[in-house]
Design a protein around this ligand. Structure first.
Ligand SMILES: Cc1cc2nc3c(=O)[nH]c(=O)nc-3n(C[C@H](O)[C@H](O)[C@H](O)COP(=O)(O)OP(=O)(O)OC[C@H]3O[C@@H](n4cnc5c(N)ncnc54)[C@H](O)[C@@H]3O)c2cc1C
Length: 388
Protein backbone atom coordinates (compact mmCIF):
# COMPACT_ATOMS: atom_id res chain seq x y z
CA UNK A 1 0.00 0.00 0.00
CA UNK A 2 1.32 3.48 -0.85
CA UNK A 3 2.22 5.67 2.13
CA UNK A 4 -0.10 8.58 2.85
CA UNK A 5 1.01 11.75 1.14
CA UNK A 6 2.41 14.69 3.12
CA UNK A 7 0.39 17.71 2.03
CA UNK A 8 1.70 21.18 1.17
CA UNK A 9 0.35 23.97 -0.96
CA UNK A 10 3.40 23.76 -3.25
CA UNK A 11 5.89 20.92 -3.72
CA UNK A 12 9.08 21.98 -5.52
CA UNK A 13 11.29 19.18 -6.83
CA UNK A 14 14.94 20.30 -7.05
CA UNK A 15 16.88 22.45 -4.60
CA UNK A 16 19.22 24.04 -7.14
CA UNK A 17 19.36 27.84 -7.53
CA UNK A 18 15.96 28.03 -9.24
CA UNK A 19 14.00 25.70 -6.92
CA UNK A 20 15.48 27.42 -3.85
CA UNK A 21 14.74 30.89 -5.21
CA UNK A 22 11.14 30.00 -6.03
CA UNK A 23 10.81 28.42 -2.57
CA UNK A 24 11.95 31.69 -1.00
CA UNK A 25 9.62 33.85 -3.13
CA UNK A 26 6.65 31.64 -2.25
CA UNK A 27 7.54 31.44 1.44
CA UNK A 28 7.74 35.25 1.46
CA UNK A 29 4.22 35.34 0.01
CA UNK A 30 2.99 33.19 2.92
CA UNK A 31 2.73 29.96 0.91
CA UNK A 32 3.29 26.58 2.59
CA UNK A 33 6.11 25.16 0.44
CA UNK A 34 8.42 22.14 0.57
CA UNK A 35 11.56 21.72 -1.57
CA UNK A 36 12.72 18.16 -2.28
CA UNK A 37 16.40 17.78 -3.12
CA UNK A 38 17.94 14.44 -4.09
CA UNK A 39 21.50 15.31 -3.02
CA UNK A 40 22.15 14.84 0.70
CA UNK A 41 24.76 17.64 0.51
CA UNK A 42 25.47 20.52 -1.79
CA UNK A 43 28.19 19.99 -4.37
CA UNK A 44 31.01 22.56 -4.27
CA UNK A 45 31.48 22.13 -7.99
CA UNK A 46 30.90 25.58 -9.38
CA UNK A 47 28.93 26.06 -12.60
CA UNK A 48 27.28 29.48 -12.93
CA UNK A 49 29.24 32.50 -11.81
CA UNK A 50 27.49 35.40 -13.55
CA UNK A 51 24.38 36.99 -12.04
CA UNK A 52 22.92 39.48 -14.50
CA UNK A 53 20.99 42.61 -13.45
CA UNK A 54 17.51 41.04 -13.99
CA UNK A 55 18.64 38.09 -11.83
CA UNK A 56 19.71 40.53 -9.12
CA UNK A 57 16.25 42.08 -9.23
CA UNK A 58 14.72 38.66 -8.44
CA UNK A 59 17.30 38.02 -5.74
CA UNK A 60 16.44 41.39 -4.22
CA UNK A 61 12.78 40.29 -4.05
CA UNK A 62 14.01 37.11 -2.35
CA UNK A 63 15.90 39.26 0.17
CA UNK A 64 19.41 37.98 -0.65
CA UNK A 65 20.80 40.48 -3.17
CA UNK A 66 22.66 42.47 -0.49
CA UNK A 67 24.31 39.38 1.02
CA UNK A 68 25.38 38.14 -2.40
CA UNK A 69 26.62 41.56 -3.55
CA UNK A 70 28.79 41.67 -0.43
CA UNK A 71 30.28 38.25 -1.25
CA UNK A 72 30.79 38.75 -5.00
CA UNK A 73 32.82 40.77 -7.48
CA UNK A 74 31.11 43.55 -9.46
CA UNK A 75 31.98 43.00 -13.08
CA UNK A 76 31.84 46.44 -14.68
CA UNK A 77 33.95 45.97 -17.75
CA UNK A 78 34.47 43.49 -20.57
CA UNK A 79 37.51 43.45 -22.85
CA UNK A 80 38.06 41.54 -26.07
CA UNK A 81 41.66 40.95 -27.11
CA UNK A 82 43.36 39.11 -29.90
CA UNK A 83 46.99 38.26 -30.46
CA UNK A 84 48.04 40.81 -27.84
CA UNK A 85 45.95 43.75 -29.16
CA UNK A 86 42.64 45.15 -27.92
CA UNK A 87 39.61 44.52 -30.13
CA UNK A 88 36.83 46.06 -28.02
CA UNK A 89 36.02 47.32 -24.56
CA UNK A 90 32.53 47.35 -23.03
CA UNK A 91 31.10 48.90 -19.87
CA UNK A 92 28.49 47.00 -17.89
CA UNK A 93 26.17 49.42 -16.15
CA UNK A 94 24.55 48.10 -14.01
CA UNK A 95 27.30 45.53 -13.46
CA UNK A 96 27.12 41.73 -13.53
CA UNK A 97 27.79 40.12 -10.16
CA UNK A 98 30.29 37.25 -10.15
CA UNK A 99 29.70 34.69 -7.37
CA UNK A 100 30.32 30.91 -7.47
CA UNK A 101 27.04 29.01 -7.83
CA UNK A 102 27.52 27.02 -4.62
CA UNK A 103 27.72 30.26 -2.64
CA UNK A 104 24.57 31.59 -4.31
CA UNK A 105 22.78 28.34 -3.44
CA UNK A 106 24.09 28.44 0.15
CA UNK A 107 22.72 31.97 0.52
CA UNK A 108 19.31 31.03 -0.91
CA UNK A 109 19.16 27.94 1.28
CA UNK A 110 19.91 29.99 4.40
CA UNK A 111 17.14 32.42 3.43
CA UNK A 112 14.64 29.60 2.85
CA UNK A 113 15.51 28.07 6.21
CA UNK A 114 15.05 31.46 7.86
CA UNK A 115 11.60 31.94 6.32
CA UNK A 116 10.36 28.34 6.42
CA UNK A 117 12.46 26.15 8.73
CA UNK A 118 12.46 22.52 7.56
CA UNK A 119 11.11 23.38 4.09
CA UNK A 120 14.20 21.99 2.36
CA UNK A 121 14.28 18.19 2.47
CA UNK A 122 17.63 16.81 1.40
CA UNK A 123 18.13 13.18 0.36
CA UNK A 124 14.61 12.98 -1.14
CA UNK A 125 14.68 11.83 -4.75
CA UNK A 126 11.48 12.23 -6.77
CA UNK A 127 10.76 9.26 -9.01
CA UNK A 128 7.34 10.10 -10.39
CA UNK A 129 4.43 12.49 -10.41
CA UNK A 130 0.70 12.05 -10.95
CA UNK A 131 -1.44 14.99 -11.89
CA UNK A 132 -4.90 15.22 -10.39
CA UNK A 133 -7.78 17.61 -11.08
CA UNK A 134 -6.92 19.92 -8.22
CA UNK A 135 -3.26 19.15 -7.67
CA UNK A 136 -0.49 16.62 -8.12
CA UNK A 137 1.32 13.97 -6.08
CA UNK A 138 5.08 13.39 -6.18
CA UNK A 139 6.41 9.91 -5.46
CA UNK A 140 9.91 9.95 -3.99
CA UNK A 141 12.51 7.80 -2.29
CA UNK A 142 14.11 8.85 0.98
CA UNK A 143 16.57 6.52 2.72
CA UNK A 144 15.30 3.63 0.56
CA UNK A 145 11.64 4.11 1.59
CA UNK A 146 8.86 5.45 -0.61
CA UNK A 147 7.41 8.79 0.44
CA UNK A 148 4.70 10.89 -1.20
CA UNK A 149 4.11 14.62 -1.27
CA UNK A 150 0.83 16.13 -2.45
CA UNK A 151 0.48 19.74 -3.50
CA UNK A 152 -2.05 21.95 -5.14
CA UNK A 153 1.00 22.87 -7.22
CA UNK A 154 4.08 20.83 -8.08
CA UNK A 155 7.08 22.59 -9.60
CA UNK A 156 9.76 20.70 -11.51
CA UNK A 157 13.03 22.54 -10.86
CA UNK A 158 14.99 19.34 -11.23
CA UNK A 159 17.55 20.43 -13.80
CA UNK A 160 18.31 19.83 -17.45
CA UNK A 161 17.62 16.08 -17.40
CA UNK A 162 14.41 16.65 -15.35
CA UNK A 163 13.10 13.24 -14.25
CA UNK A 164 9.70 14.90 -13.62
CA UNK A 165 9.50 16.25 -17.16
CA UNK A 166 10.27 12.74 -18.43
CA UNK A 167 7.66 11.20 -16.10
CA UNK A 168 5.05 13.61 -17.49
CA UNK A 169 6.06 12.73 -21.06
CA UNK A 170 6.64 16.37 -22.03
CA UNK A 171 8.60 16.37 -25.30
CA UNK A 172 11.92 18.21 -25.47
CA UNK A 173 13.66 19.74 -28.46
CA UNK A 174 17.33 18.92 -27.96
CA UNK A 175 20.41 20.15 -29.81
CA UNK A 176 24.03 19.29 -29.35
CA UNK A 177 26.79 21.60 -30.51
CA UNK A 178 30.24 20.58 -31.73
CA UNK A 179 31.93 22.80 -29.13
CA UNK A 180 33.81 21.51 -26.10
CA UNK A 181 35.38 23.51 -23.28
CA UNK A 182 37.81 23.11 -20.44
CA UNK A 183 37.07 25.30 -17.43
CA UNK A 184 38.85 25.88 -14.14
CA UNK A 185 39.29 28.26 -11.22
CA UNK A 186 42.80 29.42 -10.31
CA UNK A 187 44.55 32.10 -8.25
CA UNK A 188 44.24 35.33 -10.26
CA UNK A 189 47.62 36.52 -11.54
CA UNK A 190 46.17 38.04 -14.74
CA UNK A 191 46.36 41.69 -13.73
CA UNK A 192 42.90 42.17 -15.25
CA UNK A 193 41.26 43.00 -11.93
CA UNK A 194 37.46 43.02 -12.07
CA UNK A 195 37.25 42.88 -15.90
CA UNK A 196 35.93 39.94 -17.91
CA UNK A 197 38.32 39.20 -20.76
CA UNK A 198 37.68 37.36 -24.02
CA UNK A 199 40.81 36.34 -25.92
CA UNK A 200 39.73 35.76 -29.53
CA UNK A 201 42.59 33.54 -30.67
CA UNK A 202 43.08 31.50 -33.86
CA UNK A 203 43.26 28.22 -31.90
CA UNK A 204 39.96 29.01 -30.12
CA UNK A 205 38.64 31.39 -27.51
CA UNK A 206 40.00 31.78 -24.00
CA UNK A 207 37.68 33.56 -21.55
CA UNK A 208 38.49 34.70 -18.05
CA UNK A 209 36.30 36.12 -15.28
CA UNK A 210 37.10 37.43 -11.80
CA UNK A 211 35.71 35.61 -8.77
CA UNK A 212 35.78 36.56 -5.10
CA UNK A 213 38.83 35.72 -2.99
CA UNK A 214 41.44 36.55 -5.65
CA UNK A 215 40.30 33.70 -7.90
CA UNK A 216 39.84 33.78 -11.66
CA UNK A 217 37.81 31.42 -13.83
CA UNK A 218 39.36 30.37 -17.14
CA UNK A 219 37.32 28.79 -19.93
CA UNK A 220 39.10 27.45 -23.03
CA UNK A 221 37.52 26.15 -26.24
CA UNK A 222 38.90 22.69 -27.07
CA UNK A 223 38.50 20.67 -30.26
CA UNK A 224 37.04 17.68 -28.45
CA UNK A 225 35.83 16.94 -24.93
CA UNK A 226 39.02 16.42 -22.93
CA UNK A 227 38.78 12.86 -21.56
CA UNK A 228 41.39 13.46 -18.88
CA UNK A 229 41.38 17.15 -17.93
CA UNK A 230 44.15 18.42 -15.67
CA UNK A 231 45.00 21.89 -14.34
CA UNK A 232 48.34 21.59 -16.19
CA UNK A 233 46.57 21.05 -19.50
CA UNK A 234 44.32 24.09 -18.97
CA UNK A 235 47.23 26.28 -17.84
CA UNK A 236 49.24 25.11 -20.90
CA UNK A 237 46.43 26.01 -23.33
CA UNK A 238 46.00 29.45 -21.73
CA UNK A 239 49.73 30.15 -21.94
CA UNK A 240 49.99 28.86 -25.51
CA UNK A 241 47.10 30.99 -26.80
CA UNK A 242 47.39 34.16 -24.72
CA UNK A 243 50.75 34.18 -22.96
CA UNK A 244 48.96 34.54 -19.60
CA UNK A 245 50.45 32.62 -16.69
CA UNK A 246 48.11 30.41 -14.66
CA UNK A 247 49.51 28.43 -11.74
CA UNK A 248 48.14 24.87 -12.00
CA UNK A 249 48.94 24.29 -8.32
CA UNK A 250 46.36 26.92 -7.37
CA UNK A 251 43.49 25.10 -9.13
CA UNK A 252 40.33 24.80 -7.00
CA UNK A 253 37.89 23.55 -9.66
CA UNK A 254 38.25 21.86 -13.02
CA UNK A 255 35.65 20.68 -15.49
CA UNK A 256 35.40 19.66 -19.14
CA UNK A 257 32.03 19.98 -20.85
CA UNK A 258 30.19 19.90 -24.14
CA UNK A 259 27.14 21.95 -25.01
CA UNK A 260 23.48 20.91 -25.08
CA UNK A 261 20.42 22.97 -25.62
CA UNK A 262 17.01 21.72 -24.53
CA UNK A 263 13.62 23.37 -24.75
CA UNK A 264 10.56 21.66 -23.28
CA UNK A 265 7.49 21.79 -25.52
CA UNK A 266 5.48 23.16 -22.61
CA UNK A 267 6.15 24.57 -19.14
CA UNK A 268 2.70 23.59 -17.86
CA UNK A 269 0.94 20.27 -17.43
CA UNK A 270 -2.16 20.50 -15.26
CA UNK A 271 -0.91 21.86 -11.95
CA UNK A 272 2.73 21.00 -12.63
CA UNK A 273 5.02 23.85 -13.73
CA UNK A 274 8.50 23.42 -15.21
CA UNK A 275 11.08 26.10 -14.36
CA UNK A 276 14.82 26.66 -14.87
CA UNK A 277 16.93 24.12 -16.73
CA UNK A 278 14.04 21.61 -16.52
CA UNK A 279 12.17 23.89 -18.93
CA UNK A 280 15.09 25.24 -20.96
CA UNK A 281 18.80 24.48 -20.92
CA UNK A 282 20.95 26.99 -22.79
CA UNK A 283 24.66 26.86 -23.50
CA UNK A 284 26.79 28.00 -20.54
CA UNK A 285 28.74 30.15 -23.03
CA UNK A 286 26.89 33.39 -22.52
CA UNK A 287 26.14 32.49 -18.91
CA UNK A 288 22.42 33.24 -18.82
CA UNK A 289 20.86 29.92 -17.70
CA UNK A 290 20.56 30.64 -14.00
CA UNK A 291 19.15 34.13 -14.47
CA UNK A 292 16.61 32.76 -16.98
CA UNK A 293 15.45 30.29 -14.32
CA UNK A 294 15.09 33.03 -11.71
CA UNK A 295 13.01 35.02 -14.16
CA UNK A 296 10.72 31.97 -14.46
CA UNK A 297 10.43 31.97 -10.67
CA UNK A 298 9.64 35.68 -10.69
CA UNK A 299 6.94 35.16 -13.34
CA UNK A 300 5.23 32.13 -11.79
CA UNK A 301 5.45 32.88 -8.05
CA UNK A 302 2.71 35.56 -8.06
CA UNK A 303 0.43 33.41 -10.26
CA UNK A 304 0.79 30.45 -7.91
CA UNK A 305 0.35 32.61 -4.81
CA UNK A 306 -2.75 34.26 -6.29
CA UNK A 307 -4.30 30.89 -7.21
CA UNK A 308 -3.69 29.66 -3.65
CA UNK A 309 -5.19 32.79 -2.16
CA UNK A 310 -8.32 32.28 -4.26
CA UNK A 311 -8.47 28.56 -3.34
CA UNK A 312 -8.15 29.40 0.38
CA UNK A 313 -11.17 31.63 0.02
CA UNK A 314 -13.07 28.76 -1.57
CA UNK A 315 -12.99 30.03 -5.14
CA UNK A 316 -12.40 26.86 -7.13
CA UNK A 317 -13.64 26.81 -10.73
CA UNK A 318 -14.27 23.00 -10.85
CA UNK A 319 -10.69 22.30 -9.78
CA UNK A 320 -9.54 23.74 -13.10
CA UNK A 321 -6.95 26.45 -13.57
CA UNK A 322 -8.41 29.93 -13.26
CA UNK A 323 -7.25 32.34 -15.99
CA UNK A 324 -5.72 29.63 -18.25
CA UNK A 325 -5.00 32.20 -20.97
CA UNK A 326 -2.90 34.27 -18.55
CA UNK A 327 -0.86 31.22 -17.47
CA UNK A 328 -0.34 30.18 -21.09
CA UNK A 329 0.80 33.71 -22.01
CA UNK A 330 3.31 33.84 -19.16
CA UNK A 331 4.66 30.38 -20.03
CA UNK A 332 4.97 31.30 -23.70
CA UNK A 333 6.82 34.50 -22.79
CA UNK A 334 9.32 32.53 -20.71
CA UNK A 335 9.86 29.99 -23.51
CA UNK A 336 10.46 32.84 -25.97
CA UNK A 337 12.99 34.43 -23.60
CA UNK A 338 14.80 31.08 -23.34
CA UNK A 339 14.85 30.64 -27.12
CA UNK A 340 16.30 34.15 -27.44
CA UNK A 341 19.00 33.43 -24.84
CA UNK A 342 19.81 30.20 -26.70
CA UNK A 343 20.28 32.11 -29.97
CA UNK A 344 22.52 34.59 -28.18
CA UNK A 345 24.61 31.72 -26.76
CA UNK A 346 24.95 30.18 -30.24
CA UNK A 347 26.46 33.45 -31.52
CA UNK A 348 28.84 33.55 -28.55
CA UNK A 349 29.97 30.01 -29.31
CA UNK A 350 30.50 30.83 -32.99
CA UNK A 351 32.67 33.78 -31.96
CA UNK A 352 34.91 31.47 -29.97
CA UNK A 353 35.61 28.81 -32.59
CA UNK A 354 39.08 28.43 -34.11
CA UNK A 355 39.77 30.43 -37.27
CA UNK A 356 42.85 30.62 -39.53
CA UNK A 357 44.99 33.58 -38.34
CA UNK A 358 44.44 35.71 -41.49
CA UNK A 359 40.66 35.31 -41.27
CA UNK A 360 40.74 36.02 -37.55
CA UNK A 361 42.72 39.26 -38.14
CA UNK A 362 40.24 40.42 -40.79
CA UNK A 363 37.24 39.62 -38.59
CA UNK A 364 38.80 41.39 -35.62
CA UNK A 365 39.57 44.45 -37.71
CA UNK A 366 35.87 44.61 -38.61
CA UNK A 367 34.93 44.26 -34.92
CA UNK A 368 37.43 46.96 -33.95
CA UNK A 369 35.78 49.34 -36.39
CA UNK A 370 32.25 48.44 -35.31
CA UNK A 371 32.98 48.75 -31.60
CA UNK A 372 34.26 52.29 -31.99
CA UNK A 373 30.58 53.20 -32.29
CA UNK A 374 29.07 53.94 -28.88
CA UNK A 375 25.65 52.58 -30.01
CA UNK A 376 27.17 49.19 -30.91
CA UNK A 377 28.95 49.01 -27.56
CA UNK A 378 25.77 49.93 -25.68
CA UNK A 379 23.69 47.38 -27.63
CA UNK A 380 26.21 44.59 -26.97
CA UNK A 381 26.42 45.47 -23.27
CA UNK A 382 22.65 45.37 -22.94
CA UNK A 383 22.49 41.97 -24.62
CA UNK A 384 25.37 40.59 -22.58
CA UNK A 385 23.73 41.71 -19.34
CA UNK A 386 20.23 40.49 -20.38
CA UNK A 387 18.68 43.92 -20.49
CA UNK A 388 17.28 43.75 -24.00
C1 LIG B 1 29.93 25.06 -16.88
C2 LIG B 1 28.69 25.86 -16.64
C3 LIG B 1 28.78 27.23 -16.43
C4 LIG B 1 27.62 28.00 -16.27
N1 LIG B 1 27.72 29.35 -16.09
C5 LIG B 1 26.58 30.09 -15.92
C6 LIG B 1 26.65 31.50 -15.61
O1 LIG B 1 27.72 32.09 -15.49
N2 LIG B 1 25.48 32.18 -15.45
C7 LIG B 1 24.27 31.55 -15.54
O2 LIG B 1 23.23 32.21 -15.41
N3 LIG B 1 24.17 30.21 -15.78
C8 LIG B 1 25.29 29.47 -15.96
N4 LIG B 1 25.21 28.11 -16.14
C9 LIG B 1 23.89 27.47 -16.14
C10 LIG B 1 23.41 27.24 -14.69
O3 LIG B 1 24.35 26.50 -13.96
C11 LIG B 1 22.08 26.53 -14.74
O4 LIG B 1 21.23 27.22 -15.63
C12 LIG B 1 21.44 26.46 -13.35
O5 LIG B 1 22.18 25.65 -12.47
C13 LIG B 1 20.02 25.92 -13.47
O6 LIG B 1 19.47 25.85 -12.19
P1 LIG B 1 18.30 24.84 -11.87
O7 LIG B 1 17.98 25.05 -10.42
O8 LIG B 1 17.23 24.98 -12.89
O9 LIG B 1 18.91 23.39 -12.13
P2 LIG B 1 20.14 22.67 -11.36
O10 LIG B 1 21.16 23.64 -10.93
O11 LIG B 1 20.57 21.55 -12.23
O12 LIG B 1 19.44 22.10 -10.07
C14 LIG B 1 18.54 21.02 -10.12
C15 LIG B 1 18.51 20.36 -8.76
O13 LIG B 1 17.54 19.33 -8.78
C16 LIG B 1 18.04 18.20 -8.11
N5 LIG B 1 17.34 17.03 -8.62
C17 LIG B 1 17.48 16.45 -9.86
N6 LIG B 1 16.66 15.40 -9.96
C18 LIG B 1 15.99 15.32 -8.80
C19 LIG B 1 15.01 14.41 -8.31
N7 LIG B 1 14.57 13.39 -9.04
N8 LIG B 1 14.52 14.59 -7.04
C20 LIG B 1 14.96 15.64 -6.28
N9 LIG B 1 15.92 16.50 -6.70
C21 LIG B 1 16.41 16.35 -7.94
C22 LIG B 1 19.53 18.21 -8.43
O14 LIG B 1 20.26 17.48 -7.46
C23 LIG B 1 19.83 19.70 -8.39
O15 LIG B 1 20.23 20.14 -7.11
C24 LIG B 1 26.35 27.34 -16.30
C25 LIG B 1 26.28 25.95 -16.48
C26 LIG B 1 27.44 25.21 -16.65
C27 LIG B 1 27.32 23.72 -16.87
Amino acid sequence: MSPEAERHEVVIVGGGPVGLCLGVLLARAGVDVVVLEARPERTQHSRAIGIHPPGLRVLAAAGVAGTLAASGVQLREGRARSQGGEVARLDFDPPVLAVPQWLTEDTLEARLTELAPGALRRGVCAVGVETRGSGAVVRALAGGAEVRFAGRWVVAADGARSPLRAALGIPVRERRYPDAYLMGDFADASGDGAAAVLHLEPAGIVESFPLPGGVRRWVVHTDVLEPDPTPQLLAGLVAERTGAVVDPESSTMLSAFTVHERLAASMLRGRVVLVGDAAHEVSPIGGQGMTLGWLDAEAFAPLIAEDLRAARQGWEPDGALAWPALWARVAEGRRRAAAEAARHAVLNMALGRPLPPALMSTRNAVFRGLYRARAVRAWTSRRFTMQS
